[in-house]
Design a protein around this ligand. Structure first.
Ligand SMILES: [Zn+2]
Length: 435
């Protein structure tokens, strides 16, 4: 009798399991707190359909996951942030899992699904933003250069973060996002202690910042240099050393540069998605206006940083590489992306994990920045002479074109071209622009 009941229960269990064969397990929930939003990430066994709506009095967000099935209990979470007061499951309706987020104040949710990456499988993401955040997301107008600036602001951009681990080490499974934040923080200390320089951290914690936002933040702080820090991985485990990249207007300078750019650009697909792409066209037009001049400055900055780094780290590529990095699309700010080393190389991964090596790399980058800044100060002084207006020569009796050109150290044809002259005849008292 007891055996029969046992089998009946077993059969019943089997039917229940079969009935839920299409169920998607909701396995875990993580919370990442960024300064401007809170990100909730549900780990799923497969992609699922979901519906999200907000309710007021009290403020809460309801997520219905079709065919969702909670596996185990929800983990203990940190509710000290500004938005989230609690997470609970609501009444299960048919085969829908309902999750309720209790809120401390009204928020704007954004939701999307993420494809599996090296670390995680399918995920459902809910970002909670402040209600006023979306107003600030307009593209920022190019800043006006202030003539009297006390210190140069340097944006330090630690790559990846939060759901986006970046490259993953071969031996110790080290996450790129942790290494680069360590280097970024060491660099911040050095810059903060240097007279005439001021650091601004684009990311200062374990959360993801969208690529477009990284640059917006730098501009909001009127950064004059932008330094993005990464650590790369290549198959094979033998590659080592650091490389520096600058933006390229068209195409990458090498196949490797293209691979690196593709991977770093894919970051937004890993850590999040761009949902307000409608601003991108306008932003692109603004960016293209003044990009060319900045690229040569970026290459100079990159060369100086490589020079600084070579005292502390092996160099992988001796010249600054160029590629189309989304994060470097800076209109008026010299920007570089540094791959500090290869965490796919076990011995380099070990070094990159250590605080002392992170500090050394930061010192090398800092030395390079300092070198560049002193160089560019000189250039700025020279530029100012030009900015005060074009030089003009008033033709005196007896002047010849070649004599004037000699005085100003320029070529005769340059002088003629600048003044749109078809003859070499000069009129006394006329004004010549000196190019
Ligand atoms: Zn990276």
């Amino acid at each position: 009798m007891r055996t029969a009941r046992f089998f009946l229960l077993l059969l019943l269990g089997l039917i229940l399991t079969l009935g839920q064969a299409g169920a998607v397990s909701v396995k875990n929930l993580r919370v990442w707190r960024a300064p401007d939003h809170t990100r909730l990430v549900f780990d799923l066994s497969a992609p699922l359909e979901h519906r999200l709506f907000t309710l007021t009095n009290p403020d809460r967000i309801v997520i219905d996951m079709q065919n969702g099935e909670l596996q185990g209990a929800l983990p203990r979470l940190d509710f000290s942030g500004p938005f989230l007061a609690g997470v609970r499951t609501g009444s299960q309706q048919r085969d829908t899992l309902r999750v309720v987020l209790d809120l401390k104040r009204p928020t704007r949710p954004r939701t999307f699904v993420l494809q599996p990456n090296q670390q995680y499988g399918h995920r459902l993401v809910i970002d909670l933003y402040d209600v006023s955040t979306f107003i600030q997301e307009q593209p920022v107008q190019p800043r006006r250069v202030k003539p009297t600036r006390k210190s140069i602001v340097i944006a330090i951009d630690a790559g990846h973060g939060g759901e986006d681990p970046g490259a993953i080490g071969r031996r110790y499974r080290t996450r790129e996002k942790h290494i680069v934040l360590g280097i970024a923080r060491a660099l911040k200390k050095l810059i903060a202690a240097a007279p005439g320089m001021q650091p601004v951290m684009i990311r200062d914690g374990d959360y993801y910042v969208k690529l477009a936002k990284r640059f917006q933040k730098a501009r909001r702080y009127e950064a004059e240099l932008f330094v993005s820090i990464h650590a790369d991985a290549l198959p094979g485990g033998r590659a080592r050393g650091t490389s520096v990249y600058a933006l390229s207007e068209r195409g990458a300078t090498s196949a490797l540069a293209r691979i690196v750019a593709d991977r770093e650009n894919a970051s937004d697909l890993i850590g999040g998605v761009r949902l307000s792409d409608k601003d991108d066209l306008l932003a692109k037009v603004l960016l293209d206006l003044s990009q060319t001049a900045t690229i040569s400055d970026s290459l100079q900055l990159g060369a100086d940083v490589l020079y600084g780094l070579r005292r502390y780290a092996p160099i992988h590529t001796r010249v600054v590489q160029q590629a189309g990095f989304a994060v470097l699309k800076a209109p008026d700010v010299p920007s570089i992306l540094i791959e500090t080393g290869y965490i796919s190389n076990p011995s380099e991964e070990k070094k990159l994990r250590s605080r002392s090596y992170q500090r050394k790399l930061a010192q090398g980058i800092f030395d390079g920045i300092k070198r560049y800044v002193s160089r560019s100060k000189f250039r700025a002084q020279r530029q100012q002479v030009v900015d005060n207006g074009p030089r003009v020569h008033i033709v005196q009796p007896g002047d010849t074109l070649s004599a004037i050109a000699r005085i100003y150290g320029i070529r005769v044809d340059a002088l003629r071209f600048a003044n749109n002259m078809s003859t070499t005849q000069l009129k006394v008292g006329s004004r010549l622009i000196i190019p």
